[in-house]
Design a protein around this ligand. Structure first.
Ligand SMILES: Cc1cc2nc3c(=O)[nH]c(=O)nc-3n(C[C@H](O)[C@H](O)[C@H](O)COP(=O)(O)OP(=O)(O)OC[C@H]3O[C@@H](n4cnc5c(N)ncnc54)[C@H](O)[C@@H]3O)c2cc1C
Length: 497
């Protein structure tokens, strides 16, 4: 029931908040189902974190095997219905891509039986799909990240434009409006410094990303402190709005996060050059040392942005400090020559930076410290020189033997640190994206604290991701698209209130 006092400024069938992959796809599916769609984006440019991504989406051949894998990898923290819906969605994803690319001739690469990162039963079924090229497309002026992610967003963006779905930027959704029975009947939003009340006849789809740039949420839900992020638009707005209407939260602790770099002159963080699923013979030039100058983890876990952060999070109650925040990358001249140490994905009109090809600009800036000896380098970094020398010596011995007896790093990734000059960089916990948010069911409906759906409210993408323990690499993008279709079609099927 509509509250009688309400005056509406606009009306639509389905409202989508947020224009990353999840929101853009939801708008497309809602439009194709027959709905009038309003797409609101908070930031000056669309694309969210999505536009910066690698653009790889996981697919599968056998949904039963995929389900078995997901049961293990989600650590019993996600309901079977949600996992089944996702596993089945992985089957139709390639058809969705084929439909989308009809417009602009983008080329698709589809790989089967690539396997998932972790060797749980069913892992062989997974493959991946991505856009390898788009005629005449060189990237967006505003979102500079990995090219595959921009290409994928371009395909969605062209499809939005072809359907006359306008992305209303600088238009944050600020509040959900509910009727007497608790169903969501509209939203409040801001546009041109004005508040708008928007009547939504069938469903509100929240695709507002995670909480990686919200200090309060990070303080409450994340052990590592500080935790730096890549994108400033994702500040838990959708989580707060859903909480205001009674939503239950899940997976708040689970981060898609590793370690990387942060410098005071930039509001966003930078990634290390190595990302994604581990390649068994990719040399990682550095070791990581804690504040005492000791190694403390396998620097190159199976998915560095999934569990890479976990070694850093430890809080030592005896010293009342995080001994691994910050920590230090140590490498030598040969290591420096292996390529850019940092990578800057940026979707932010106020920030621009390009990491130099040979790292020389970053040495010049003092981000990478250089010294002729390990002793001197330790002093510059403020570390105990004897401890650092001992750690480097031990590492070099293990490299010579081809076995990391301390933390089991794979031999193909190891290289000794012997060739002067030597280099050191401060490293911090860096989140790629958070996974937590409002819990949803297999129809993407947001659940209340009693586990019942909040009528006409949906959550997508990394706003309450299904990944609850270990991340399935390339799973976030697939989840955006699968959830978008399910939510849009379910919202449309509701009929108007
Ligand atoms: C460098 C990098 C590489 C990655 N590579 C991959 C990969 O290859 N495969 C993979 O699966 N995943 C990858 N990921 C993760 C993946 O890109 C994200 O999880 C996914 O794109 C998130 O999509 P989303 O639509 O949920 O969120 P986002 O893309 O972040 O979109 C959320 C949008 O909502 C907007 N918003 C926030 N609040 C409001 C509000 N109140 N009102 C309106 N709008 C609002 C935000 O500004 C933003 O535009 C990568 C991430 C990064 C950073």
């Amino acid at each position: 029931m509509e509250p009688i006092h309400r005056r509406w400024d606009l009306e639509t069938d389905i409202l989508v908040a947020g224009c990353g992959y999840a929101g853009a796809a939801a708008a497309i599916f809602a439009h194709d189902a027959g709905a009038r769609v309003l797409l609101l984006e908070k930031m000056p440019n669309p694309g969210g974190l999505s536009i910066l991504a690698g653009g790889f989406a996981v697919i599968c051949e056998d949904p039963k095997a995929a389900f078995t894998y997901l049961k293990h990898s989600c650590g019993e923290r996600t309901g079977d219905g949600v996992l089944r819906a996702f596993a089945e969605g992985l089957m139709w994803l390639p058809d969705f891509y084929r439909d989308l690319v009809k417009l602009n001739g983008a080329e698709i690469i589809e790989k089967h039986q690539k396997g998932a990162t972790y060797r749980f039963p069913g892992y062989e079924t997974f493959g991946e799909i991505y856009i390898s090229a788009i005629p005449n497309f060189k990237g967006f002026a505003w979102g500079r990240g990995m090219r595959g992610g921009a290409r994928l967003f371009k395909v969605l963006y062209d499809n939005l434009n072809a359907r006359n779905i306008h992305v209303n930027c600088e238009s944050p959704v600020t509040r959900l409006l509910t009727g007497d029975a608790g169903e969501v009947i509209g939203v409040e939003a801001r546009q041109n410094n004005k508040s708008l009340s928007i009547k939504v006849k069938r469903g509100v789809i929240l695709a507002t990303g995670g909480f990686e740039y919200d200090e309060d949420f990070k303080n409450q839900f994340v052990q590592a402190k500080p935790l730096y992020a890549l994108y400033r638009g994702n500040t838990a707005d959708g989580i707060r709005m859903a909480q205001q209407v009674g939503a239950k939260l899940w997976h708040m602790w689970h981060l898609h996060a590793g370690y990387g770099f942060k410098y005071d002159e930039f509001p966003i963080a930078f990634r290390t050059m190595i990302s994604g699923t581990r390649k068994r013979d990719q040399i990682m030039p550095w070791i990581l040392l804690d504040k005492r100058g000791r190694r403390f983890m396998n620097e190159y876990p199976p998915a560095i942005q999934d569990t890479g952060i976990r070694g850093l999070e430890y809080f030592d109650a005896d010293i009342q400090d995080y001994p691994r925040i910050p920590c230090y990358l140590i490498f030598d001249h040969t290591g420096l020559g292996l390529g850019q140490m940092g990578f800057c994905p940026i979707n932010d009109p106020e920030v621009s930076y390009a990491w130099s090809e040979d790292n020389s600009a970053e040495v010049e800036r003092g981000w990478i410290k250089r010294a002729e000896t390990i002793f001197e380098l330790s002093k510059i970094l403020g570390l105990n020189a004897d401890a650092v020398q001992e750690s480097v010596n031990r590492w070099n011995d293990m490299c010579a033997k081809g076995q990391d007896a301390d933390f089991g790093r794979l031999p193909g990734t190891m290289t000794s640190i012997k060739e002067p000059p030597f280099y050191g960089m401060q490293a911090w916990p860096i989140v790629t994206n958070t996974q937590g948010g409002p819990e949803h069911n297999a129809q993407q409906q947001v659940l209340n604290v009693d586990g019942k759906p909040i009528p006409r409210l949906y959550a997508l993408g990394e706003l309450g991701s299904l990944f609850g323990h270990l991340y399935l690499e390339a799973g976030n993008i697939s989840e955006c698209f699968i959830g978008a279709r399910i939510a849009a079609e379910h919202a449309w099927a509701q009929g108007p209130w």
